[in-house]
Design a protein around this ligand. Structure first.
Ligand code: NAD
Ligand code: UDP
Length: 319
């Protein structure tokens, strides 16, 4: 985070989980931030502490509709629901956000000659057959299933980014984010870390989908934010895609047991049906990020989970 020049930076999806942390970090670095969000899954609560900062502006806007603004130096495009229950709620809207919305943001970047970073995802690898996943793996994606609106939408977004670079020489960056957790995750967004922590805190059953042998590799939010900013500030000829994730792989069952222990909970574990196309294993190769960004995650799972448990204890008591 060595940059000192202050820039005008647009963060789409800035009222969401990752976006709100990104806005805060960029503000701390002295930049002027415009946070664009339609509040579909985000919340003003996530940015209420930033609203009074004169360098911060919130605009309620849906990126599927064009947005005009000049003097923008950089765009971080995060707008898109990320949790399976959210992106499957209105799948056509999810695809529109990943395509029409992305074209709108690429057009805005072109007009401003701004650098633009796409928040892509490990979901572009689908249910991967190669382990760990490297950036040159083209993935194993079902284009017909319930997850397809997100997976294929995000894949198309990457294609659009590459074509805008090839056709218009746009300055682009693509990061593929692996499962991330931390404060400002929505209570009811159905993702596994928030679900398990809240269930454990409320002594409710911990709902494991399938037998819990499927794996994920969880990264703490602060590590991701550092990686995203490093990527934006990297040499223009490094466009990615680059994986940003923590290679520490864990089964969902082990995650449940760990959260039970860390929360001292009396909850019992119950097993539910595994949703269609639920990836069996996921783990990033991060050698590219280590080499090109000099970045690797610092938080181990226990430390990140303890911070997140503390956050949810507070949220749980308020609402
Ligand atoms: P989130 O749902 O908390 O945030 C997404 C934000 O985008 C929300 O504030 C939402 O209101 C906003 N949004 C959605 N559609 C919009 C639209 N059409 N116009 C304007 N705003 C819109 O999710 P998140 O976890 O913070 O994810 C942020 C980005 O990172 C997403 O693009 C997601 O695909 C990507 N990502 C996240 C993860 C993760 O583990 N959290 C993993 C991979 C990729
Ligand atoms: N999962 C679970 N119980 C829950 C929520 C999720 O067992 O209450 C599982 C889910 O089926 C998947 C893993 O946890 O195997 C991660 O799910 P999440 O929705 O957090 O992320 P994604 O599947 O997009 O990686």
């Amino acid at each position: 985070m060595e940059e000192t020049n202050n820039k005008n930076i647009l963060v789409t999806g800035g009222a969401g989980f990752i976006g709100s942390h990104l806005c805060e970090a960029l503000l701390k670095l002295g930049h002027n931030i415009i946070c664009l969000d339609n509040l579909l899954t985000g919340s003003v609560n996530n940015i209420s502490h930033l609203i009074n900062d004169s360098n911060f502006e919130f605009i309620n806007h849906d990126i599927v509709n064009p947005f005009y603004k000049d003097k923008i130096d950089e765009i971080y495009n995060l707008a898109c629901p990320a949790s399976p229950i959210h992106y499957q709620y209105n799948p056509i809207k999810t695809i529109k956000t990943c395509t029409i919305g992305v074209i709108n943001m690429l057009g805005l970047a072109k007009k401003n000659n701004a650098k633009i970073l796409q928040a892509s995802t490990s979901e572009v690898y689908g249910d991967p057959q190669i382990h760990p996943q490297k950036e040159d793996y083209n993935g194993n994606v079902n284009m017909l299933g319930f997850r397809s609106c997100y997976d294929e939408g995000k894949r198309c977004a990457e294609t659009l980014f590459m074509d805008y670079k090839r056709e218009h020489d746009l300055k682009i960056k693509i990061v593929r984010i692996f499962n991330t957790y931390g404060s400002n995750m929505t209570k009811n967004d159905g993702r596994v870390v928030s679900n398990f922590i809240l269930q454990a805190l409320n002594n409710q059953d911990i709902t494991i989908n399938g037998d819990g042998s499927q794996t994920r590799s969880f990264q703490y939010i602060d590590d991701l934010i550092e990686g995203m900013i490093k990527m934006m500030n990297s040499q223009n000829n490094f466009v990615g895609p680059v994986n940003l994730g923590n290679p520490n792989e864990i089964s969902i069952k082990k995650l449940a047991l760990k959260i039970l222990k860390l929360t001292n909970s009396k909850s019992k574990v119950v097993f539910k049906d595994l949703p269609d196309d639920d990836p069996k294993r996921r783990k990033p190769s991060i050698s590219l990020a280590i080499k090109n960004l000099n970045w690797k995650p610092k938080y181990d799972l226990d430390k990140g989970l303890l911070n997140t448990i503390k956050y949810f204890e507070e949220v749980n008591n308020i609402n």
